[in-house]
Write a protein that binds this ligand. Structure first.
Ligand SMILES: C[S@@+](CC[C@H](N)C(=O)[O-])C[C@H]1O[C@@H](n2cnc3c(N)ncnc32)[C@H](O)[C@@H]1O
Length: 257
C-alpha cells in the first residue's frame, strides 16, 4: 500500500484491492441512486443544502465560465451554479456547466431533477472517472468535487486531474466530510455516522451496507491539513480551507498556478 495514498485499499473499514474499489463504490451508488437525495435530506436534517449554498456562493461563478463538477451525482451543485448564473441575467450557454460522474444511474437522477427544475439545456452530463477526466488540458475555469473525493480510489490522481483540466488562475473547490471534526463533537458525530446512518440506510434506501460504507469512508478520509498538503502537491497553489458546522464538512479551495 503506497504511503502517500493510504485510503486506496480501504472500502470503508474493509480492506480490498485498489483495483476492486472503484467497482464497489460504483455499486454503492447504483443501489442508492433513486433514494440518494431523500437520504441526504434525512441524514443531514437538510444541512447539506446550506453547505452547498455556501459553497456555490463562495465559487461565485460568472456567466460564460466553464464549470466542471466532478462526482456531481444528482446535480445539486450544477443546478445551483446554473441558478446563480441565471440570477446574474444570463442563462448559461450549452455545455458551460458540466457534471462528470462515474455512475450513470446518479447522472440519470440528476438529469431528471434538472428537467423538473425547468433546466432543459445549459448543463452537460458526462460519465467519467475523476482519475481520468475526459476533458482537455486547461479547459475549465472552475473545478468542484463535493462529497466525492473520499469515494475515489486514488485521491492524488484525481487531484492531479483537477490541476490538469483547470486553466491557469482557475479555481479548485472540494467539499468533504472529514475525520477532523472538532474534538467536542467527535464522539457524538462518530456514533451518529456509525449507527444512525446505516440504520437510515437500511430503512429508507433498503441498503444498510451502502450507508455503512459511506459512514466508514468519512472516518478514513484525511483531516484538513493532510488534504491541503496533497492538493498543493498535485500542482495547485494558494490552498486554504474553511470548516463548516464544527468541521463536519470542510471546503478546501485552491488556485491553478
Ligand atoms: C456522495 S455522492 C456526492 C454527489 C454530489 N456531489 C452531492 O454532493 O450530492 C458521491 C458521488 O461520487 C461518484 N463517484 C465515486 N467515485 C467516482 C469516481 N472515481 N469518479 C467520478 N465520480 C465518482 C458517485 O457515483 C457519486 O455520485
Amino acid at each position: 500500500m503506497p504511503k502517500s495514498n493510504p485510503e486506496s485499499e480501504w472500502f470503508g473499514f474493509r480492506r480490498v484491492k485498489a483495483e476492486e474499489k472503484t467497482g464497489l463504490v460504483r455499486d454503492v451508488f447504483s443501489s442508492v441512486a433513486s433514494r440518494y437525495d431523500l437520504m441526504n435530506d434525512l441524514m443531514s436534517a437538510g444541512l447539506h443544502r446550506l453547505w452547498k449554498d455556501a459553497l456555490v456562493k463562495r465559487m461565485d461563478p460568472k456567466p460564460g465560465m466553464a464549470c466542471l463538477d466532478v462526482a456531481g451525482g444528482t446535480g445539486d451543485i450544477a443546478i445551483r451554479l446554473y441558478r446563480r448564473m441565471l440570477a446574474q441575467g444570463k442563462a448559461p450557454k450549452k455545455s458551460k456547466i458540466t457534471v462528470c460522474d462515474i455512475n450513470p444511474q446518479m447522472l440519470e437522477q440528476g438529469r431528471a431533477k434538472a428537467l423538473d427544475n425547468g433546466i432543459v439545456r445549459g448543463i452537460e452530463w458526462v460519465e467519467g472517472n475523476a482519475e481520468k477526466l475526459p476533458f482537455k488540458d486547461k479547459s475549465m475555469d472552475m473545478y468542484s468535487i463535493v462529497f466525492g473525493l473520499r469515494n475515489v480510489t486514488h485521491i492524488d490522481k484525481a487531484l492531479r486531474e483537477a490541476a490538469r483540466v483547470l486553466k491557469p488562475g482557475g479555481k479548485f473547490f472540494c467539499m468533504e466530510f472529514t475525520s477532523g471534526v472538532a474534538p467536542a463533537l467527535k464522539p457524538l458525530y462518530d456514533a451518529y455516522c456509525l449507527n444512525v446512518m446505516p440504520f437510515l440506510g437500511e430503512h429508507i434506501a433498503n441498503d444498510r451496507n451502502a450507508y455503512r460504507y459511506l459512514a466508514e469512508s468519512i472516518q478514513k478520509f484525511p483531516a484538513q491539513a493532510g488534504l491541503a498538503k496533497r492538493i498543493e502537491k498535485a500542482g495547485l497553489g494558494d490552498v486554504s480551507w474553511t470548516d463548516l458546522t464544527g468541521g463536519i464538512a470542510v471546503i478546501h479551495e485552491a488556485r491553478k498556478r
